[in-house]
Design a protein. Structure first.
Length: 341
């Protein structure tokens, strides 16, 4: 198994290079950029109702000035030359500097990382600690009123995207009923709260609606995956044979069917690492949560390419490490899997 893990880690390097080259090339080929954004802002300022055409001409930049700006942002170099220069900085954990805020990209990500870690961790633990027992119980009570009613709710939740649910929740519970805040990670008076429980209450009060949006898709997938696989294993010959030999039904389910049913769930385990990093761009935008997802969305809209590439690079590494972690989890759950045998 160790040799398998080492081979997979070795594949991380070419895969990472392939992903980042593609995204880096796209950021250079799409129209717009920091220089174009700057020129557009200058034109917008100079085209006000009280401005004259002479002022608009005086604010225009010459070709030499535009060339200097392109050189300052590193946009005057060929794509591959600029990419390998960026890659060399990545090796020393230098993600560059934002072209919008002129701050180090790594500092901007680390500043917002605790917010995304909170929502990612809560989503991860709630999804797995509720979905697995719920899918287990639904399989044992298949066809009952409980199974049918929960399946209807689960399928409705799965059919609705998280950001659509977010708009509905804000409209109903925040705007009309005023039970929850309109958005934000914590309240404006969070620092003035004295006790730990008051701060925790304020934090969970703001997190209630976003967590519903985060959970709704992944929760439905894990629950139905657990239920369907457990039902498939319960109808297998080895379970019927174990029961025919006198093994109690519940014991056969716990010792044999349950472990085999966890294999597909374990394969999804590593991919949950992305939730710890970015969560959902649109959910953070809707609820105005100042996390990495909102930072990535704003960077894409503002053509802040160093921030975009920094987030993509971290996501690519997490995705590949998550796939390796999923393989390890499958090997731990399924005794038939012997890597390198």
């Amino acid at each position: 198994m160790l040799s398998y893990i080492l081979r997979r880690i070795a594949l991380v390097v070419p895969t990472f290079i392939g992903i980042t080259i593609l995204i880096f090339a796209i950021t250079r080929l799409v129209p717009g950029g920091p220089v174009e954004r700057m020129l557009a802002e200058m034109q917008a300022q100079s085209s006000g109702p009280s401005s004259l055409s002479s002022s608009a001409e005086s604010n225009a930049l010459s070709d030499d000035q535009i060339a200097e700006l392109n050189a300052f942002y590193g946009l005057d170099k060929p794509v591959f030359e600029a990419y390998f220069e960026w890659l060399g900085k990545i090796l020393v954990l230098d993600l560059g500097e934002s072209t919008r805020y002129y701050e180090p990209v790594l500092d901007m990500i680390m500043e917002r990382l605790p917010v995304s870690l909170f929502y990612g961790g809560m989503t991860f633990f709630i999804s797995y600690f509720i979905s697995i027992p719920l899918g287990y119980y639904k399989a044992l009570k298949h066809g009952s009123v409980f199974d049918s009613s929960t399946s209807v709710l689960i399928f409705i939740g799965y059919a609705l995207p998280g950001y659509v649910v977010g708009v509905l929740l804000i409209t109903l519970f925040s705007y009309h009923l005023e039970w929850f805040p309109m958005g934000g990670f914590v309240g404006d008076d969070f620092e003035d709260l004295e006790t730990f429980f008051e701060k925790l209450r304020d934090l969970m009060w703001h997190a209630a609606l976003p967590l519903v949006c985060y959970l709704i898709g992944d929760f439905a997938t894990l629950t139905m995956t657990m239920k369907n696989n457990l039902m498939e294993n319960l109808s297998s010959d080895y379970i019927r044979t174990a029961i025919a030999k006198g093994l109690p039904f519940k014991t056969a389910v716990r010792k044999h069917a349950l472990r085999n049913s966890l294999i597909p769930v374990a394969s999804h385990f590593g991919n949950s690492l992305l939730f710890f990093m970015t969560g959902s761009f649109l959910i953070e935008v809707i609820f105005n949560i100042d996390g990495v997802g909102l930072l990535g969305y704003e960077s894409i809209m503002e053509r802040d390419y160093p921030v975009v590439m920094g987030i993509v690079a971290i996501n690519a590494v997490l995705l590949m490490l998550g796939n390796i972690l999923s393989d390890i989890c499958v090997a731990l759950v399924d005794p038939r899997v012997k890597f390198g045998a």
